[in-house]
Design a protein. Structure first.
Length: 162
């Protein structure tokens, strides 16, 4: 078994079960989420932004890995049967190799909380992200409604004449 921590070291089922037993996870990781009820585009954007903020640079491999762990694509063959299952505990262990234990735990906990919330929402978007967007739009509207600063007499004199 490799001594490097991360996805390579958890390929062995014994190493994975040991890592699962040795890691403390939030209680809500036991709750199930149907990823087909989520707005995939919103979550992928959030994942990409969060990973970039955690790492300090953009890393498409880590972003895609995280997105695929939490939002697996449903194949056409299995679309009529069951929704894909997501195991946030395994995803956290897989991401720890890229993000570190502490950042992976923080990231996975926040993402899972939002996924649980979004599964209960009609649009599949967590309330937290909807509130953030509302605040952003309100701030943008306030900036647009603010009158342009008036030129002083001195500034008007320096404007080129037509």
């Amino acid at each position: 078994m490799p001594s490097i921590k991360g996805t390579a070291s958890v390929e062995d089922s014994r190493a994975l079960s040991k890592a699962l037993k040795g890691t403390k996870f939030p209680a809500n990781f036991k709750d199930k989420v149907d990823p087909t009820k989520l707005n995939r585009a919103v979550f992928v954007q959030w994942i990409e932004t969060s990973i970039t903020n955690l790492l300090g640079f953009e890393d498409e491999i880590v972003q895609l890995t995280a997105a695929n762990l939490f939002l697996p694509e449903q194949s056409e063959e299995s679309s009529s049967s069951m929704a894909p299952t997501v195991d946030p505990r395994k995803a956290q262990i897989d991401l720890a190799g890229f993000l570190g234990d502490e950042n992976a735990a923080k990231f996975c906990t926040e993402l899972w909380d939002m996924m649980l919330d979004a599964a209960q929402q009609p649009l599949g978007i967590p309330r937290k992200l909807l509130e953030e967007k509302k605040k952003e739009l309100a701030a943008q509207k306030a900036r647009e409604e603010r009158p342009a600063p008036a030129f002083s007499q001195h500034q008007r004199q320096q404007l080129p004449s037509e």
